[in-house]
Write a protein that binds this ligand. Structure first.
Ligand code: 5GP
Length: 114
């Protein structure tokens, strides 16, 4: 399968505003932000959708959530609050088939998330 757009960001083949990276994941600002803070947390190992993540990878999912939590804390956004979203497949609104966790915050979030 050809590389996802997020794999191209991981490989530095296309630019992104990267805010965090370690051996497991990368985090960068969404190019079409839906909130004042909108950062995507992306595992370096690609799974197309949440449906494809084996139960043996539960730790990876926790790592994504805690990285997003830590980043929210580091920018002083945790006390006011934030939202974490992972879309899955068409009805979930997924457009990039490389799993990623959206971190949204920086203002009160009302209604749904596209
Ligand atoms: P999804 O709809 O799959 O849950 O979320 C994909 C997100 O990736 C969208 O919010 C979209 O704006 C973002 N996105 C897609 N392509 C790029 C890109 O090349 N760079 C960045 N920074 N964000 C992207």
């Amino acid at each position: 399968m050809s590389g996802s757009i997020f794999e191209k960001i991981i490989q530095r083949e296309i630019p992104a505003d990267i805010v965090f990276e370690d051996e497991t994941l990368i985090a960068f600002r969404d190019r079409s932000p839906q909130a004042p803070v909108h950062v995507l947390f992306v595992p370096k190992h690609r799974y197309d959708t949440l449906n494809d993540v084996p139960s043996t990878e539960a730790e990876l999912l926790g790592t994504l959530m805690l990285a997003a939590r830590n980043y929210a804390q580091s920018i002083g956004m945790a006390e006011d609050g934030y939202r974490l979203v992972m879309n899955c497949n068409r009805n979930g609104g997924q457009t990039v088939y490389h799993i990623h966790l959206h971190l949204l915050g920086g203002a009160p979030l009302t209604g749904g998330f596209a």
